[in-house]
Write a protein that binds this ligand. Structure first.
Ligand code: BES
Ligand code: MN
Ligand code: ZN
Length: 486
């Protein structure tokens, strides 16, 4: 998809040259600011009771007299924020998706100045709305005719809006990569496949990639990661990908993504219902790849390292068993009380490994706990960090990117639950505060780091009718990294 800005014609929106024109009205009053043919059409639609001033209400009109564009859509946003614009464009886009529109012009009325955030919101809505998974489904609907989208701007808005379109397209490319990886079934999206994706990213976008195998991990003493991987016939991969766009001596941002390509639960096996969804348990890894892609595409002046411990969590004769004690790379021992709490077991060794890069900050991203879904649902990711400044940066990035998170507590009192009779800690802390005790477990491996943890179990994918990966939190992470590059 091609995105660009377009100047508002002197004669008004009715003169816009495009095969489709979507008019986004901030409020009902905004209709009166349109030029006559469009203003009259909206007035008619309202009078006839075919259109209501409700957020997200969209209506299509064909060959409106006096309007150059053959297809016209109207949609109410209900306000001027980027978030409302995104929702409105999503609703408005549906009017044009199936038809003959090749180039769509999107005009806003009553927004009182478009910012970069509006440009980003437009791209996000269009790319999300047009995404179709077809990798293993040849019968998926063919892509529509839409090839180009332009955002109509006044002179004073053009620079900011164009910047928003540029960043938005990089975000969309990263988000789409994450969605493609996470949607791909686990028989295809194996740890080796994730390594291949990282290598491809390196080749296409100038990253450096290193992939460690089991022997390497043994040498490093990653007993915890190895314990999870040992039950599977699928070889583990420990992927390290670097985008070195910053100064040589500049401390890097390190992102660590949980890469469980399928989570059966292991010997503590999960129930059969909806177990297929555990192919998304590499959503953290996918978001790291997606963020690397977005940041590299923008050629951001920042050093960014992605670390992905990748393996399957399977039951077998070689699997780690409840009660087994393993030694992590940090030297701390762990009693594996529940083999289904495997994410923290692979992340802890990756966090210890991250120390060697002397990072400015480390953020891990993981579909870590069902408890986080209970706590926050599917709208906000769980954010955990003992570092107030880092937490504030991540929360702000999430708000700006329309990919929001919510901070959760890490009081030392929660650590009690991890005590073990047989090791330095257990890997589970009971049902109460499950997302917090999981984060407390990770915290034990971050004494030498500025660290934050994002639990994306509720936000990385959707179940039900709209089942599939969301590509979150690529927008949050990319904005976080870009803000640090400034
Ligand atoms: N990958 C799951 C977490 C998960 C569950 C994500 C449901 C999305 C939806 C994770 O490995 C897991 O199994 N966690 C357990 C931890 C428990 C055993 C302490 C959980 O949440 O039930
Ligand atoms: Mn699990
Ligand atoms: Zn898992």
């Amino acid at each position: 998809m091609d995105f660009k800005t377009q100047a508002v014609p002197a004669a008004g929106l009715s003169a816009v040259a495009a095969d489709g024109l979507l008019v986004v009205l901030a409020t009902a009053d905004a209709a009166s600011t349109l030029d006559q043919p469009l203003a009259e059409e909206v007035a008619r639609l309202l009078r006839d009771g075919d259109f209501e001033c409700k957020p997200g209400q969209a209506l299509y009109a064909h060959r409106v007299a006096g309007v150059k564009a053959a297809r016209v859509g109207f949609v109410f946003a209900g306000g001027t924020s980027a978030k409302l614009l995104r929702k409105a464009v999503a609703a408005g886009l549906a009017l044009f998706k199936a038809g003959g529109t090749r180039n769509l012009a999107v005009a806003t009325a009553g927004f009182g100045g478009l910012s970069a955030a509006h440009g980003e919101a437009l791209v996000a809505a269009v790319c999300e709305g047009l995404y179709v998974y077809r990798d293993t489904k040849p019968s998926a609907p063919a892509p529509g005719k839409l090839k180009a989208v332009s955002l109509l701007c006044d002179k004073s808005e053009t620079a900011a809006a164009a910047e928003g379109l540029r960043v938005g397209q990089a975000l969309a490319a990263g988000t789409t990569l994450a969605r493609e990886c996470a949607n791909r079934p686990a028989n295809l999206c194996t740890p080796s496949h994730l390594a291949l994706q990282a290598r491809k990213l390196a080749k296409d976008h100038g990253l450096k990639v290193e992939v460690l195998d089991r022997k390497d991990c043994e040498k490093l003493g990653m007993g915890s990661f190895l314990a999870v991987a040992q039950g599977s016939d699928e070889p583990l991969k420990f992927i390290v990908a670097r985008w070195m766009g910053g100064a040589k001596n500049e401390a890097p941002v390190v992102l660590v993504g949980k890469g469980i390509t399928f989570d059966t639960g292991g010997i503590s096996i999960k129930p059969a219902a909806e177990m297929d969804e555990m192919k998304y348990d590499m959503g953290g890894a996918a978001s790291v790849l997606g963020t690397l892609r977005a940041v590299a595409e923008l050629k951001a002046k920042v050093n960014l390292i992605g670390i992905i411990p990748a393996c399957e969590n399977m039951p077998s004769g070689r699997s780690v068993k409840p009660g087994d004690v393993v030694k992590s790379m940090s030297g701390q021992t762990i009693e594996v009380l529940n083999t289904d709490a495997e994410g923290r077991l692979i992340l802890c060794d990756a966090l210890t490994y991250a120390e060697r890069f002397k990072p400015a900050v480390v953020v891990d991203i993981a579909t870590l706990t069902g408890a986080c879904v209970i706590a926050l649902g599917h709208h906000r990711s769980g954010l955990f960090s003992p570092d107030d400044a880092l937490a504030a940066e991540l929360l702000a990035a999430g708000e700006l990117a329309l990919d929001p998170a919510w901070r959760m507590p890490l009081d030392e009192e929660y650590d009690e639950a991890l005590k073990s009779h047989y090791a330095d800690m257990g890997n589970v802390g009971g049902r109460a505060g499950g997302s917090i005790t999981a984060a407390m477990f990770l915290k034990r491996f971050t004494a030498r780091l500025r660290w934050a943890h994002l639990d994306i179990a509720g936000t990385a994918w959707k179940s039900g009718l709209a089942k599939g990966s969301t590509g979150r939190p690529v927008p949050l992470l990319t904005h976080f990294v870009l803000a640090r590059a400034k």
